[in-house]
Design a protein around this ligand. Structure first.
Ligand SMILES: [Cu+2]
Length: 123
């Protein structure tokens, strides 16, 4: 009887681990606020980037404001290679970068050491 319990517990654990790695992720994109000739979004930097995916429209200047709450130096740099952006974020001092997405697709940006990443989705 005990053995059965162990087997059931182990199976449950394996399923839980599998779910953690392969289960549905929160990959819902958050749309930028659309103005008549530009668009804007705010990203909170706190143990990662929230929202993790921001959806932009192609060809329209985008103002992305980063608000860093996380004191870890890991998150002080923001690097968006596809948009030619590399900036340093101060804690609680919002920084707005402006660029125009020219291509449709998903573009990853990261912290300085590439330990955290998030995406800009352009359509
Ligand atoms: Cu980092």
């Amino acid at each position: 009887m005990d053995k059965l319990l162990v087997v059931v517990a182990a199976a449950g654990l394996i399923i839980a681990i599998g779910w953690w790695f392969f289960g549905p992720k929160n990959n819902q994109a958050t749309a930028a606020e659309q103005g008549s000739d530009d668009q804007a979004a705010t990203i909170i930097v706190d143990g990662g980037y929230k929202p993790a995916i921001v959806a932009l429209q192609v060809g329209k200047p985008a103002h992305i404001t980063f608000v860093r709450k996380d004191p870890s130096s890991c998150l002080e740099a923001i690097i968006m290679p596809d948009f030619g952006i590399s900036e340093t974020l101060q804690i609680n001092k919002p920084l707005t970068v402006t660029f125009t997405p020219k291509k449709i697709g998903e573009f990853t940006y990261t912290c300085g050491m590439r330990m955290f990443s998030a995406k800009i989705q352009v359509s």
